[in-house]
Design a protein around this ligand. Structure first.
Ligand SMILES: NC(=O)c1ccc[n+]([C@@H]2O[C@H](COP(=O)([O-])OP(=O)(O)OC[C@H]3O[C@@H](n4cnc5c(N)ncnc54)[C@H](OP(=O)(O)O)[C@@H]3O)[C@@H](O)[C@H]2O)c1
Length: 402
């Protein structure tokens, strides 16, 4: 039988998530089928031990170490970085989030961007002061003990011949993606051999890095060491991970970070899910369903009702919260989708591993008019019937109603 807190959580998620019009697959959430899954809902990773600064956590049978923010209170961070100048090179999505968090943590942080570019102006708007903690890239690197390379990946490659000689012995080189050093044959980012090279990759956009920090939480991040010449690179990576706003830090390698990241964003996180939305929507429309019906059944119910349940409690919980009719069909068809899609995912992984995705990204994103070209592509997406229908559906949400 369901534990009371779990049952309460289910009821609460139903109250919060059920749309004004109750969905067929959702109304039976309170039936007895749901209870079985509710009983197993809080089956999170099991914490096995806590030794200073590290937890060993059992992730479905595989034990991994996790580092957490609680082990690095502000005083400890200030002490650890008391002799450091952290220079954020680039002030885009990650530069903004990580930079403001570092500043709020009281660390000695400066920003280096090209003068009078978009980022320079944005940094000024965020309170960075030219000549005090906002500099041209070269000047900032000159002042830094930790060079945080947060330029776009294409720009990291483009600027490397200029930047590399400035990263002298004694500095630490930091990335938020394994892209540049791992694919060095393509990017030409061959790191100096006499500096520590580390990575902290937040699992989310820079805006989320900032908003979770402000909420007093913290984003999950990967961290890794590429090169440890001082013997202290790992501790420095963990400390920086906490300082930029991570709540939990999971160890990986540069290679695994970049492979999984490129693969994931092209797959379930973005590309795959968009492809699946389009395919489902188009079939519904071609078979005579209205735009609102096709959109509600493809996107709205997914994002507003069902995916949040997966996020909060897992897949079985979501299945259990649906009718037995929905559950039977979904479990059956998931096998067919998996079999059909797995070869596509293997092709995708190959394309990441053999550098094709990196090559494409570098070539495309280095073009002088890449921003305009993206804007055109995004406009085309925005103009698709599915997303136009989505706007109308969203306009009916109570919070958007005029
Ligand atoms: N965004 C994410 O969700 C995310 C998540 C995890 C990790 N990461 C990683 O974090 C790093 C930074 O990504 P981001 O998304 O924050 O980058 P971004 O928003 O694209 O930021 C680009 C920055 O690069 C600068 N820049 C671009 N071209 C330049 C050039 N030729 N010379 C000098 N500066 C140039 C821009 O300055 P101007 O304004 O002057 O052009 C801007 O400050 C990347 O390695 C990325 O893979 C990103």
């Amino acid at each position: 039988m369901a534990s009371r807190p779990a049952a309460r959580a289910l009821r609460q998620s139903i109250r919060q998530l059920a749309p004004a019009v109750q969905r067929r697959t959702f109304v039976s959430a309170i039936n007895s089928g749901a209870r079985a899954a509710v009983a197993s809902a809080p089956k999170a990773a099991v914490f096995q031990q806590q030794v200073r600064g590290v937890k060993t956590v059992d992730f479905a049978g595989t034990k991994e170490e996790v580092h957490e923010r609680a082990d690095w209170p502000k005083e400890k961070l200030l002490e650890f970085f008391k002799n450091d100048t952290l220079a954020l090179i680039g002030y885009g999505s990650q530069g903004h989030g990580q930079g403001l968090n570092l500043r709020d943590n009281g660390l000695n942080v400066i920003v280096g961007v090209r003068k009078n570019g978009t980022s320079w102006k944005e940094a000024e708007q965020d309170g960075w002061v030219p000549g005090k903690n906002l500099f041209d890239i070269d000047v900032a690197i000159g002042k830094a003990t930790v060079v945080m390379n947060l330029l776009s990946d294409a720009a990291q490659s483009e600027t490397w011949p200029h930047i590399k000689p400035l990263i002298t012995k004694g500095k630490t080189l930091y990335f938020s993606h394994g892209f540049s050093p791992v694919f060095k044959d393509l990017t030409k980012v061959d790191v100096p051999t006499d500096v520590d090279v580390i990575l902290v990759a937040p699992k989310g956009s820079g805006r989320t890095v900032r908003s979770l920090f402000r909420e007093g939480r913290g984003i999950n991040s990967s961290f890794a060491v590429y090169q440890d010449v001082t013997g202290g690179a790992k501790e420095r990576a963990i400390a920086l991970g906490v300082a930029v706003g991570s709540g939990y830090l999971y160890e990986t390698t540069f290679k695994k970070e970049v492979y999984s990241d490129l693969y994931g964003e092209r797959g379930c996180l973005m590309g795959g899910i968009h492809g699946m939305f389009l395919a489902q929507y188009e079939v519904l429309r071609e078979r005579g369903h209205s735009p609102s019906e096709a959109f509600n059944e493809t996107v709205e119910e997914a994002t507003q009702s069902l995916y949040p349940l997966i996020g909060a409690h897992g897949m079985d919980y979501m299945y259990a919260a649906c009718s037995t009719t929905a559950r039977r069909g979904a479990i059956d068809w998931s096998k067919r989708f998996k079999e059909t899609l797995k070869p596509v995912f293997n092709d995708l992984y190959d394309s990441v591993e053999n550098g094709s995705e990196t090559k494409r990204s570098l070539e495309y994103n280095s073009q002088p008019d890449y921003r305009e070209k993206y804007n055109q592509e995004l406009k085309e997406i925005d103009d698709l019937e599915i997303w136009r229908a989505g706007k109308a559906v969203r306009s009916l949400r109570p919070e958007n109603a005029k």
